[in-house]
Design a protein around this ligand. Structure first.
Ligand SMILES: NC(=O)c1ccc[n+]([C@@H]2O[C@H](COP(=O)([O-])OP(=O)(O)OC[C@H]3O[C@@H](n4cnc5c(N)ncnc54)[C@H](O)[C@@H]3O)[C@@H](O)[C@H]2O)c1
Ligand SMILES: Nc1nc(=O)c(N)c(NC[C@H](O)[C@H](O)[C@H](O)COP(=O)(O)O)[nH]1
Length: 224
């Protein structure tokens, strides 16, 4: 069993998630941030890769007081369970995600993570060990399902999302395309990694919804 998994991203009109320096930039407008807060509050867990934690140091907390209250009224924590995919256990101890706001944190590591790193991080997060070198994402999804997590929002970045597509673990893919060009061959995109070579392996999507969002567009796709 696996939870329902959806990706939510903001990308530039040329498909970039950030600059070549991997610096987070404002791509979408205020209404998109409000939408993201709603879907985050509606999720049981929110997942990011260690690359995103190191680049952006996000907290991944729910921002609106109304949404926080709705969650606690439902008997949930104020924030969804925050999950970091981090093979070697490199998450900095002072990362915002480990400190800001209440709620459970999980760091999924592989067997490559040293005992020292596991000891270092265990005061801040529950640790799941899955996979030999890289984190076994299918194994993590099963473990999440076993602890009652039904809906996972994935925030990025492109390396993690690529692996999730490659392993056919994504159900829906939402992208807000903003009205800027970032450019740069090495700037992160929605799915980096090695890429599919054969056409028959491409992930096929079905468009389920589209709407104008400020000067950009919000697209919602379902994985066929
Ligand atoms: N615009 C947006 O909506 C948005 C959202 C999130 C991140 N970003 C951007 O994305 C960039 C970071 O993305 P990234 O691709 O460098 O890092 P990432 O967040 O995708 O993390 C990837 C890392 O996760 C670890 N990992 C462990 N097991 C893995 C597995 N099975 N598959 C894949 N990775 C695994 C590896 O160390 C890998 O390098 C930053 O520049 C950030 O600003 C943008
Ligand atoms: N919707 C959206 N528009 C953007 O222009 C942009 N750059 C992001 N990027 C995703 C970003 O990583 C996170 O939504 C927050 O920035 C997390 O960080 P906090 O929880 O606020 O600490 N998201």
């Amino acid at each position: 069993m696996k939870p329902f998994v959806f990706v939510n991203l903001a990308m530039s009109a040329d498909g970039k998630l950030s600059t070549t320096e991997r610096r987070q930039v404002k791509i979408s407008g205020r209404s998109d941030f409000l939408r993201v807060d709603e879907i985050k509050a509606g999720s049981d867990a929110i997942m990011v890769g260690i690359g995103t934690v190191i680049a952006d140091d996000p907290s991944l907390t729910v921002k609106s007081e109304r949404l926080k209250k709705e969650r606690t009224d439902r008997g949930c924590d104020e924030n969804p369970v925050r999950i970091i995919i981090d093979s070697e256990g490199r998450t900095p101890e002072n990362a915002e995600i480990l400190h800001k706001g209440p709620g459970r944190r999980i760091i999924a590591v592989s067997e490559k993570a040293s005992d020292k790193n596991l000891e270092r991080l265990s005061p801040y997060a529950d640790i799941i060990v899955a996979g030999k070198d890289k984190v076994d994402l299918g194994g993590v999804m099963e473990a999440l399902s076993d602890i009652g997590i039904k809906k996972v929002m994935v925030e990025g970045g492109g390396t993690l999302i690529w692996s999730l597509f490659e392993e056919n673990l994504i159900d829906e893919f939402y992208t807000c395309i903003g009205s800027i060009i970032i450019g740069g061959q090495s700037a992160p995109t929605a799915a980096d990694g090695t890429g599919f070579i054969k056409e028959e392996n491409f992930t096929k999507l079905e468009l389920i919804d589209m709407e104008k969002a400020d000067d950009g567009v919000l697209l919602r796709w379902r994985v066929k």
